[in-house]
Design a protein. Structure first.
Length: 111
């Protein structure tokens, strides 16, 4: 599918630009985060099925999907992250793996 191959192109472009700019260290690409996922949409399910192969080919992690929810917009309109606006909302758990990896990266960088 075209959108899924576009993801690979975008990641490869980011890597190429980092190389062209001779960034040292190169900014890490932690992985792919499928967002605004709606399980009721067949196209979303198809994309999600294809993303593991794309992530494997790129050698990067595929994080769990982040579900689509109007609560993200509601929280943003109130100037709050979802975790503060609706602490019990199930979408908060969608970010756990990414947040853990970001936290590890920050701690590692402080050493």
């Amino acid at each position: 599918m075209k959108s899924v191959s576009g993801v690979a192109d975008l990641v490869q472009w980011a890597i190429a630009i980092s190389d062209d700019l001779q960034l040292d260290p190169r900014p890490p690409i932690l992985g792919l985060v499928p967002s605004l996922y709606d399980n009721s949409r067949a196209i979303h399910r198809q994309y999600l099925q294809q993303l593991p192969d794309v992530a494997d080919q790129l050698g990067i992690k595929l994080y769990p999907h982040v579900r689509d929810s109007s609560e993200f917009k509601n929280a943003s309109a109130n100037g709050l992250p979802l975790q503060k606006y609706r602490p019990a909302h199930p979408a908060n758990r969608d970010f756990e793996a990414l947040a853990n990896d970001l936290s590890k990266l920050v701690r590692k960088g402080k050493r």
